[in-house]
Design a protein around this ligand. Structure first.
Ligand code: APR
Length: 310
């Protein structure tokens, strides 16, 4: 049975554990630094098994040795945002957590693929990649799938149609400079630009860019976790070979899009091998400029933290 370790048994980690167990037929190890918490969640989920129709195992632990032999390591440990904070405000505290978790987990599962959820996402993915020693195709950050889900939701809502009809794409960083691409959005094959006025599209783009902040405001003490967990579960299913998808993710770039030594959201083919291919889009000048603003913002954020893995 495939084995997935989730580091961080908070709201995102525990929701992801539940999704993986119930939908994707995998065993889960849930690790957290907090005493008893992962054991409590695992016990609760094991008891729910008798009501949920699956027979998978979940272990809750504080000990990295229990994670040995995992196929996928997911990092969801760290602090979430509070109202008024940007994702970048979390850099220094979360960087130390992510680097330590990566090193400890990979030492016990050297063949695993690594999926990062902790924010600021692209910076944490980059640091985790550097700390892991893994080849670039085995490391990725979950954000594009989530941002795209938000974009699709807002489009579906504006047109009062089912999300089933809506296909869309968001690239760039998982921050205020993210790049939703209306030119690549369609509703049952019809370009979004033929269905909505420019102003309405701009509103949807803006709400997507600040979709996370809107929820931080509403939650008051924490950030989104249902959609992030659902997005991560989808990516784990790809890594376990249950499906192969073309989706956006933050991955180490080594020349694609003219970017070197940086993790940022781009479309990729994700499958059992990991990042099987980066898809290079033929961006227009404004799209390219927006993507480059995203790259610049990220380079600055990475500068403040990369000494931690050097
Ligand atoms: N090792 C393991 N677990 C840790 C460590 C560590 N060094 N440090 C913190 N944790 C755990 C906390 O004990 C907590 O249980 O990480 C968990 C984080 O859970 P929450 O506070 O509920 O945060 P959550 O909403 O799950 O978000 C986690 O994902 O989406 C991002 O921005 C979000 O960076 C945040 C992360």
């Amino acid at each position: 049975m495939p084995r997935v370790t989730i580091i961080g048994a908070g709201r995102v980690g525990s929701t992801l554990a539940q999704r993986l167990l119930e939908q994707y037929n995998v065993d889960v190890v849930l690790l957290d630094i907090a005493p008893d918490l992962p054991r409590a969640i695992a016990l609760d989920l094991m008891q729910a098994r008798a009501l949920g129709g699956h027979d998978r195992q979940i272990i809750g632990t504080n000990d990295y040795w229990d994670t040995a032999g995992s196929d996928v390591i997911v990092i969801a440990a760290g602090l979430p945002r509070k109202p008024g904070m940007t994702r970048e405000d979390l850099i220094s505290v979360n960087a130390r957590i992510v680097i330590d978790a990566t090193r400890q987990a990979l030492a016990r599962s050297p063949e695993a693929a690594l999926l990062v959820i902790t924010n600021p996402l692209d910076v944490m993915t980059y640091l985790a990649w550097r700390a892991s020693g893994l080849p670039p195709h085995r490391v990725m950050g979950m954000a594009g799938v989530l941002d795209t889900a938000r974009f699709r939701h807002f489009i579906a809502e504006a047109l009062a149609v089912s999300w089933h009809d809506v296909s869309a794409l968001v690239i760039g960083t998982h921050g205020d400079t993210m790049v939703p691409l209306p030119r690549y959005a369609t509703v049952h094959g019809i370009p979004l630009t033929e269905l909505l006025e420019e102003e309405a599209i701009a509103e949807i783009v803006h709400r997507t860019q600040f979709g996370g902040a809107e929820l931080v405001q509403l939650f008051r003490n924490g950030s989104a976790y249902q959609a992030p967990a659902a997005a991560a579960a989808q990516m784990v299913a790809c890594l376990l070979g249950q499906r192969r998808q073309l989706l956006p993710a933050s991955v180490p770039l080594q020349g694609a899009y003219g970017v070197e030594d940086l993790c940022i959201g781009v479309p990729i083919y994700l499958g059992a091998q990991g990042v099987e291919q980066v898809v290079e889009l033929d961006l227009t000048k404004p799209e390219r400029d927006a993507f480059e603003r995203s790259v610049t913002a990220l380079q600055e954020a990475i500068k403040t933290a990369s000494y931690l893995v050097d």
